[in-house]
Design a binder for this molecule. Structure first.
Ligand code: CP3
Length: 341
Protein backbone atom coordinates (compact mmCIF):
# COMPACT_ATOMS: atom_id res chain seq x y z
CA UNK A 1 0.00 0.00 0.00
CA UNK A 2 1.43 3.41 -0.93
CA UNK A 3 1.40 6.34 1.48
CA UNK A 4 -1.20 8.06 -0.64
CA UNK A 5 -3.47 5.00 -0.58
CA UNK A 6 -3.03 4.81 3.18
CA UNK A 7 -3.95 8.46 3.54
CA UNK A 8 -7.04 8.12 1.33
CA UNK A 9 -8.10 4.96 3.21
CA UNK A 10 -7.90 6.83 6.52
CA UNK A 11 -10.03 9.64 5.03
CA UNK A 12 -12.57 7.00 4.03
CA UNK A 13 -12.49 5.56 7.59
CA UNK A 14 -11.27 2.16 6.41
CA UNK A 15 -9.39 0.01 8.96
CA UNK A 16 -5.56 0.18 8.68
CA UNK A 17 -2.62 -1.56 10.35
CA UNK A 18 -1.23 1.88 11.27
CA UNK A 19 -2.42 5.45 10.73
CA UNK A 20 -0.89 7.72 8.07
CA UNK A 21 1.27 10.56 9.40
CA UNK A 22 2.02 14.11 8.29
CA UNK A 23 2.82 17.30 10.20
CA UNK A 24 1.96 20.96 9.89
CA UNK A 25 4.94 23.28 9.34
CA UNK A 26 6.86 20.35 8.00
CA UNK A 27 8.68 23.23 6.40
CA UNK A 28 10.17 25.68 8.80
CA UNK A 29 12.93 26.94 10.94
CA UNK A 30 13.67 23.60 12.62
CA UNK A 31 15.24 22.34 9.34
CA UNK A 32 18.76 23.59 8.51
CA UNK A 33 18.12 23.28 4.76
CA UNK A 34 15.09 25.58 5.12
CA UNK A 35 17.15 28.11 7.10
CA UNK A 36 19.77 27.99 4.34
CA UNK A 37 17.15 28.89 1.74
CA UNK A 38 15.92 31.73 3.93
CA UNK A 39 19.44 33.22 3.84
CA UNK A 40 18.85 33.87 0.15
CA UNK A 41 15.11 34.47 -0.15
CA UNK A 42 12.43 36.13 1.94
CA UNK A 43 9.50 34.07 3.18
CA UNK A 44 7.05 35.77 0.82
CA UNK A 45 9.42 35.32 -2.13
CA UNK A 46 9.63 31.57 -1.43
CA UNK A 47 5.84 31.36 -1.19
CA UNK A 48 5.40 33.24 -4.48
CA UNK A 49 8.00 31.34 -6.53
CA UNK A 50 6.76 27.87 -7.57
CA UNK A 51 10.25 26.32 -7.87
CA UNK A 52 11.20 27.53 -4.38
CA UNK A 53 7.85 26.59 -2.84
CA UNK A 54 8.20 23.10 -4.35
CA UNK A 55 11.72 22.73 -3.00
CA UNK A 56 10.64 23.76 0.53
CA UNK A 57 7.65 21.38 0.34
CA UNK A 58 9.90 18.46 -0.59
CA UNK A 59 12.68 19.12 1.96
CA UNK A 60 11.04 17.24 4.87
CA UNK A 61 9.95 14.41 2.54
CA UNK A 62 13.59 13.73 1.70
CA UNK A 63 14.35 13.23 5.39
CA UNK A 64 11.26 11.55 6.78
CA UNK A 65 8.90 8.87 5.35
CA UNK A 66 5.80 11.05 5.72
CA UNK A 67 2.57 9.84 4.12
CA UNK A 68 1.45 13.29 2.95
CA UNK A 69 3.09 16.57 1.95
CA UNK A 70 1.41 19.90 2.64
CA UNK A 71 2.16 22.54 0.05
CA UNK A 72 4.47 25.31 1.28
CA UNK A 73 2.42 28.50 1.23
CA UNK A 74 0.57 30.58 3.79
CA UNK A 75 -3.04 31.31 4.66
CA UNK A 76 -2.26 35.02 4.15
CA UNK A 77 -1.90 34.71 0.38
CA UNK A 78 -5.66 35.39 0.20
CA UNK A 79 -5.53 38.80 1.90
CA UNK A 80 -2.58 39.59 -0.35
CA UNK A 81 -4.51 38.60 -3.47
CA UNK A 82 -7.36 40.82 -2.25
CA UNK A 83 -5.00 43.77 -1.95
CA UNK A 84 -3.70 43.60 1.63
CA UNK A 85 -0.06 42.42 1.59
CA UNK A 86 1.68 40.73 4.54
CA UNK A 87 5.17 39.94 5.66
CA UNK A 88 6.78 37.50 8.03
CA UNK A 89 8.77 39.26 10.76
CA UNK A 90 12.15 37.70 11.47
CA UNK A 91 11.45 38.10 15.19
CA UNK A 92 8.42 35.84 14.62
CA UNK A 93 4.84 36.70 13.83
CA UNK A 94 3.08 38.33 10.94
CA UNK A 95 2.57 41.91 9.90
CA UNK A 96 -0.04 43.10 7.40
CA UNK A 97 0.59 46.27 5.44
CA UNK A 98 -2.37 47.98 7.13
CA UNK A 99 -5.33 47.12 9.34
CA UNK A 100 -8.61 46.71 7.46
CA UNK A 101 -11.31 48.60 9.32
CA UNK A 102 -13.58 50.84 7.28
CA UNK A 103 -16.35 49.96 4.93
CA UNK A 104 -14.43 51.87 2.18
CA UNK A 105 -11.39 49.63 2.69
CA UNK A 106 -13.55 46.51 2.57
CA UNK A 107 -15.30 47.68 -0.61
CA UNK A 108 -11.92 48.30 -2.19
CA UNK A 109 -10.79 44.65 -1.81
CA UNK A 110 -10.16 43.11 -5.23
CA UNK A 111 -12.57 40.22 -4.98
CA UNK A 112 -12.54 39.32 -8.69
CA UNK A 113 -9.72 37.23 -10.15
CA UNK A 114 -8.33 35.88 -6.88
CA UNK A 115 -7.36 32.51 -8.34
CA UNK A 116 -5.57 34.17 -11.28
CA UNK A 117 -3.44 36.16 -8.84
CA UNK A 118 -2.80 32.98 -6.86
CA UNK A 119 -1.83 30.96 -9.89
CA UNK A 120 1.66 30.57 -8.40
CA UNK A 121 0.13 28.20 -5.80
CA UNK A 122 -1.45 26.08 -8.57
CA UNK A 123 1.94 25.95 -10.28
CA UNK A 124 3.66 24.95 -7.04
CA UNK A 125 1.10 22.17 -6.47
CA UNK A 126 1.43 20.81 -10.03
CA UNK A 127 5.21 20.95 -9.86
CA UNK A 128 5.26 19.29 -6.43
CA UNK A 129 2.95 16.55 -7.65
CA UNK A 130 5.17 15.79 -10.61
CA UNK A 131 8.33 15.66 -8.46
CA UNK A 132 6.67 13.79 -5.62
CA UNK A 133 5.15 11.09 -7.82
CA UNK A 134 1.86 9.41 -7.10
CA UNK A 135 2.84 7.45 -4.01
CA UNK A 136 2.55 10.34 -1.53
CA UNK A 137 -0.59 12.34 -0.77
CA UNK A 138 -0.52 16.09 -1.42
CA UNK A 139 -2.51 18.54 0.69
CA UNK A 140 -3.68 22.02 -0.10
CA UNK A 141 -5.03 24.44 2.51
CA UNK A 142 -6.67 27.74 3.25
CA UNK A 143 -7.56 29.85 6.30
CA UNK A 144 -11.23 30.14 7.24
CA UNK A 145 -12.89 33.51 6.58
CA UNK A 146 -13.03 34.15 10.36
CA UNK A 147 -9.31 33.49 10.87
CA UNK A 148 -8.31 35.44 7.75
CA UNK A 149 -10.56 38.29 8.86
CA UNK A 150 -8.87 38.22 12.27
CA UNK A 151 -5.49 38.99 10.71
CA UNK A 152 -6.90 41.48 8.23
CA UNK A 153 -8.84 43.61 10.71
CA UNK A 154 -5.99 43.50 13.23
CA UNK A 155 -3.24 44.26 10.71
CA UNK A 156 -1.29 41.30 12.14
CA UNK A 157 -1.75 38.60 14.74
CA UNK A 158 -4.93 39.16 16.76
CA UNK A 159 -4.67 40.42 20.33
CA UNK A 160 -6.78 39.94 23.45
CA UNK A 161 -9.40 42.41 22.30
CA UNK A 162 -9.59 41.35 18.69
CA UNK A 163 -10.81 43.79 16.06
CA UNK A 164 -12.74 41.02 14.27
CA UNK A 165 -14.92 40.42 17.33
CA UNK A 166 -15.65 44.12 17.61
CA UNK A 167 -16.71 44.17 13.96
CA UNK A 168 -18.88 41.08 14.49
CA UNK A 169 -20.58 42.63 17.51
CA UNK A 170 -20.89 46.26 16.38
CA UNK A 171 -21.48 46.15 12.63
CA UNK A 172 -22.91 42.81 11.54
CA UNK A 173 -23.73 43.88 7.95
CA UNK A 174 -20.13 45.00 7.37
CA UNK A 175 -18.82 41.83 9.06
CA UNK A 176 -21.03 39.74 6.79
CA UNK A 177 -19.84 41.70 3.76
CA UNK A 178 -16.21 40.93 4.62
CA UNK A 179 -16.99 37.25 5.32
CA UNK A 180 -18.84 37.02 2.00
CA UNK A 181 -15.83 38.35 0.11
CA UNK A 182 -13.49 35.95 1.95
CA UNK A 183 -15.82 32.98 1.47
CA UNK A 184 -15.92 33.52 -2.32
CA UNK A 185 -12.14 33.98 -2.40
CA UNK A 186 -11.63 30.72 -0.44
CA UNK A 187 -13.98 28.82 -2.76
CA UNK A 188 -12.21 30.14 -5.85
CA UNK A 189 -8.82 29.37 -4.39
CA UNK A 190 -9.64 25.86 -3.13
CA UNK A 191 -11.23 24.85 -6.44
CA UNK A 192 -8.00 25.94 -8.10
CA UNK A 193 -5.97 23.80 -5.65
CA UNK A 194 -8.21 20.80 -6.33
CA UNK A 195 -7.78 21.24 -10.09
CA UNK A 196 -4.02 21.48 -9.57
CA UNK A 197 -3.92 18.05 -7.93
CA UNK A 198 -4.51 18.35 -4.17
CA UNK A 199 -5.80 15.07 -2.67
CA UNK A 200 -7.46 16.87 0.25
CA UNK A 201 -7.51 20.39 1.69
CA UNK A 202 -7.28 21.56 5.27
CA UNK A 203 -9.20 24.59 6.53
CA UNK A 204 -7.42 26.35 9.38
CA UNK A 205 -9.64 28.08 11.91
CA UNK A 206 -6.64 28.84 14.08
CA UNK A 207 -8.37 31.78 15.79
CA UNK A 208 -11.68 30.01 16.38
CA UNK A 209 -11.37 30.65 20.11
CA UNK A 210 -11.65 34.44 19.60
CA UNK A 211 -15.34 33.83 19.05
CA UNK A 212 -17.59 33.20 22.06
CA UNK A 213 -19.10 29.69 21.90
CA UNK A 214 -22.63 30.95 21.41
CA UNK A 215 -21.60 32.96 18.33
CA UNK A 216 -19.21 30.50 16.73
CA UNK A 217 -21.75 29.22 14.22
CA UNK A 218 -22.61 32.70 12.91
CA UNK A 219 -19.07 34.04 13.20
CA UNK A 220 -17.25 31.19 11.51
CA UNK A 221 -18.89 27.83 10.84
CA UNK A 222 -21.64 29.06 8.52
CA UNK A 223 -18.93 30.39 6.16
CA UNK A 224 -16.98 27.15 6.47
CA UNK A 225 -20.09 25.20 5.54
CA UNK A 226 -20.69 27.47 2.56
CA UNK A 227 -17.15 26.78 1.36
CA UNK A 228 -17.44 23.01 1.76
CA UNK A 229 -20.80 22.93 -0.01
CA UNK A 230 -19.32 24.79 -2.99
CA UNK A 231 -16.50 22.24 -3.52
CA UNK A 232 -16.94 19.10 -5.64
CA UNK A 233 -19.24 16.77 -3.72
CA UNK A 234 -17.42 14.42 -1.36
CA UNK A 235 -14.05 16.11 -1.89
CA UNK A 236 -12.28 15.56 1.47
CA UNK A 237 -11.97 18.64 3.66
CA UNK A 238 -10.09 18.57 6.98
CA UNK A 239 -11.29 21.14 9.51
CA UNK A 240 -8.98 22.41 12.26
CA UNK A 241 -10.96 24.55 14.69
CA UNK A 242 -8.48 25.27 17.46
CA UNK A 243 -10.10 25.27 20.89
CA UNK A 244 -13.58 24.32 19.66
CA UNK A 245 -13.48 20.51 19.92
CA UNK A 246 -16.44 20.57 22.31
CA UNK A 247 -18.64 21.95 19.52
CA UNK A 248 -18.30 18.61 17.73
CA UNK A 249 -21.85 18.48 16.44
CA UNK A 250 -21.57 21.88 14.77
CA UNK A 251 -18.14 21.02 13.36
CA UNK A 252 -19.48 17.81 11.82
CA UNK A 253 -22.48 19.67 10.37
CA UNK A 254 -20.19 21.76 8.17
CA UNK A 255 -19.69 18.71 5.97
CA UNK A 256 -16.00 18.29 6.83
CA UNK A 257 -14.69 14.76 6.26
CA UNK A 258 -12.03 15.01 8.98
CA UNK A 259 -11.95 16.96 12.24
CA UNK A 260 -8.41 17.90 13.31
CA UNK A 261 -7.80 18.38 17.04
CA UNK A 262 -5.41 20.40 19.14
CA UNK A 263 -3.67 18.65 22.05
CA UNK A 264 -6.14 19.81 24.71
CA UNK A 265 -8.56 16.93 24.06
CA UNK A 266 -8.56 13.17 24.64
CA UNK A 267 -8.56 12.01 21.03
CA UNK A 268 -9.76 8.43 21.64
CA UNK A 269 -12.75 9.82 23.51
CA UNK A 270 -13.44 12.29 20.69
CA UNK A 271 -13.20 9.43 18.16
CA UNK A 272 -16.09 7.73 19.97
CA UNK A 273 -18.19 10.90 20.03
CA UNK A 274 -18.02 11.89 16.36
CA UNK A 275 -19.85 9.78 13.73
CA UNK A 276 -17.92 6.73 12.47
CA UNK A 277 -18.00 8.12 8.92
CA UNK A 278 -15.95 11.18 9.98
CA UNK A 279 -12.20 10.74 10.45
CA UNK A 280 -10.21 12.44 13.22
CA UNK A 281 -6.71 13.88 13.07
CA UNK A 282 -4.25 14.89 15.78
CA UNK A 283 -3.12 15.64 18.35
CA UNK A 284 0.33 15.27 19.90
CA UNK A 285 1.52 18.36 21.80
CA UNK A 286 4.15 20.03 19.53
CA UNK A 287 6.18 20.97 22.64
CA UNK A 288 7.14 17.30 23.00
CA UNK A 289 9.33 17.64 19.92
CA UNK A 290 11.50 20.17 21.76
CA UNK A 291 12.29 17.55 24.45
CA UNK A 292 14.19 14.29 23.86
CA UNK A 293 13.82 11.16 21.73
CA UNK A 294 12.72 8.90 24.60
CA UNK A 295 9.91 11.27 25.55
CA UNK A 296 8.94 11.68 21.91
CA UNK A 297 8.76 7.93 21.41
CA UNK A 298 6.85 7.34 24.62
CA UNK A 299 4.24 10.03 23.99
CA UNK A 300 3.84 8.99 20.35
CA UNK A 301 3.27 5.37 21.39
CA UNK A 302 0.80 6.44 24.07
CA UNK A 303 -1.29 8.26 21.50
CA UNK A 304 -1.05 5.40 18.98
CA UNK A 305 -2.07 2.85 21.64
CA UNK A 306 -5.03 4.97 22.71
CA UNK A 307 -6.21 5.03 19.08
CA UNK A 308 -5.62 1.33 18.43
CA UNK A 309 -8.58 -0.31 16.70
CA UNK A 310 -10.18 3.01 15.72
CA UNK A 311 -10.62 3.38 11.95
CA UNK A 312 -10.50 6.87 10.46
CA UNK A 313 -7.44 8.22 12.23
CA UNK A 314 -4.62 10.42 10.85
CA UNK A 315 -1.59 10.94 13.08
CA UNK A 316 -0.66 14.61 13.46
CA UNK A 317 0.45 17.26 15.91
CA UNK A 318 -2.10 19.34 17.78
CA UNK A 319 -0.64 22.41 16.01
CA UNK A 320 2.40 23.15 13.81
CA UNK A 321 6.03 22.24 14.45
CA UNK A 322 7.81 25.07 16.27
CA UNK A 323 11.27 26.46 15.42
CA UNK A 324 12.58 24.71 18.56
CA UNK A 325 11.51 21.24 17.40
CA UNK A 326 14.54 18.93 17.13
CA UNK A 327 15.11 17.13 13.85
CA UNK A 328 15.94 13.85 15.65
CA UNK A 329 12.63 14.01 17.50
CA UNK A 330 10.69 14.48 14.27
CA UNK A 331 12.59 11.46 12.92
CA UNK A 332 11.66 9.43 16.01
CA UNK A 333 8.01 10.45 15.79
CA UNK A 334 7.66 9.50 12.14
CA UNK A 335 9.53 6.20 12.57
CA UNK A 336 7.47 5.30 15.63
CA UNK A 337 4.23 5.78 13.69
CA UNK A 338 5.54 3.94 10.60
CA UNK A 339 6.74 0.95 12.66
CA UNK A 340 3.64 0.71 14.81
CA UNK A 341 1.88 -2.62 14.52
O1 CP3 B 1 3.04 23.30 7.22
C1 CP3 B 1 3.65 23.59 6.18
O2 CP3 B 1 4.85 23.40 6.02
C2 CP3 B 1 2.85 24.15 5.04
C3 CP3 B 1 2.86 25.56 4.95
C4 CP3 B 1 2.15 26.41 5.99
C5 CP3 B 1 2.72 27.61 6.46
N1 CP3 B 1 1.76 28.29 7.14
C6 CP3 B 1 4.07 28.06 6.17
C7 CP3 B 1 4.70 28.89 7.19
C8 CP3 B 1 0.86 26.33 6.51
C9 CP3 B 1 -0.15 25.21 6.39
C10 CP3 B 1 0.62 27.55 7.22
C11 CP3 B 1 -0.67 27.90 7.81
C12 CP3 B 1 -0.79 29.15 8.57
N2 CP3 B 1 -0.13 30.34 8.41
C13 CP3 B 1 -1.70 29.34 9.62
C14 CP3 B 1 -2.71 28.31 10.09
C15 CP3 B 1 -2.07 27.31 10.94
C16 CP3 B 1 -1.68 27.82 12.31
O3 CP3 B 1 -0.50 28.09 12.51
O4 CP3 B 1 -2.56 27.95 13.13
C17 CP3 B 1 -1.54 30.64 10.13
C18 CP3 B 1 -2.29 31.24 11.29
C19 CP3 B 1 -0.55 31.26 9.35
C20 CP3 B 1 -0.04 32.64 9.48
C21 CP3 B 1 1.38 32.59 9.88
N3 CP3 B 1 2.42 32.24 9.05
C22 CP3 B 1 1.93 32.88 11.14
C23 CP3 B 1 1.14 33.31 12.36
C24 CP3 B 1 3.32 32.70 11.04
C25 CP3 B 1 4.36 33.00 12.06
C26 CP3 B 1 4.65 31.84 12.91
C27 CP3 B 1 5.85 32.10 13.77
O5 CP3 B 1 6.39 31.10 14.21
O6 CP3 B 1 6.26 33.23 14.00
C28 CP3 B 1 3.60 32.26 9.73
C29 CP3 B 1 4.92 31.95 9.19
C30 CP3 B 1 5.09 30.62 8.55
N4 CP3 B 1 4.20 30.07 7.68
C31 CP3 B 1 6.23 29.77 8.65
C32 CP3 B 1 6.00 28.70 7.78
C33 CP3 B 1 6.92 27.58 7.43
C34 CP3 B 1 7.46 30.02 9.46
C35 CP3 B 1 8.39 30.78 8.59
C36 CP3 B 1 9.78 30.82 9.13
O7 CP3 B 1 9.99 30.64 10.31
O8 CP3 B 1 10.67 31.02 8.31
Amino acid sequence: MTSRERFLAALACQPLDRPPVWLMRQAGRYLPEYRAMKEKHSFVEMVRTPELATEVTLQPLRRFPLDAAIIFSDILVIPEALGQPYRFKETGGIEMEYALRSSEQISRLRSKGVHQRLDYVAQALARTRSELGNATALLGFCGTPWTLGSYMTQGGSPTESPAILELFQKDRPLFNQLMGILTSACIDYLKMQIDAGADAVQLFDSWASLSPDKDYGEASLRWVQEIIEALPSSFPVILFAKGKAHQRKALVQTGARVISYDWSVNLAQERKLVPASIAVQGNLDPEILTMDQETTQMRTLELLESMRGHAGYIFNLGHGLTPKAKVENVQTLVETVCNFK
